[in-house]
Design a protein around this ligand. Structure first.
Ligand code: 5GP
Ligand code: ZN
Length: 119
């Protein structure tokens, strides 16, 4: 069923606390934790606890959870003191765009100059 945990999914395992992560925020529907390979001083991943392969599938299958992820991305930025300086929310979608984990996740990046357009 759409949204059900997948046995072979790394982020479902983090949601289930089977794999440890540096959690910075948790709600009933979302989890936010530090990226293991940070690309900026603040690099936090915000994920829905339900499993969808990418952001668009999440928005189509569980719009409320998609909204929760976006709201939490903003809360993470506030918690990290990044609102005034600015931050970036990124959803890599598809291998060609650099997606490596196929459980929807928002990257929240801040704490350094963020060039536009991204590479
Ligand atoms: P993507 O490349 O799919 O947009 O993002 C996946 C992100 O997950 C990468 O930035 C990668 O560093 C991060 N990541 C991969 N494995 C782990 C892990 O086991 N723990 C944490 N905290 N992050 C991970
Ligand atoms: Zn998953």
């Amino acid at each position: 069923m759409a949204g059900e945990p997948q046995a072979d999914c790394l982020f479902c395992k983090i949601v289930a606390k089977e794999i440890p992560a540096a959690i910075v925020r948790e709600t009933e529907t979302t989890l936010a934790f530090r990226d293991i390979n940070p690309q900026a001083p603040t690099h936090v991943l915000v994920i829905p606890k339900s499993h969808f392969p990418d952001a668009a599938s999440l928005a189509a299958g569980d719009p409320a959870a998609a909204a929760d992820v976006l709201r939490e991305a903003g809360e993470v930025a506030a918690q990290e003191g990044a609102v005034e300086s600015g931050y970036r929310i990124v959803f890599n979608t598809g291998e060609g765009a650099g997606q490596t984990v196929f459980h929807a996740h928002a990257h929240v990046l801040a704490g350094r100059g963020l060039t536009w357009p991204p590479g």
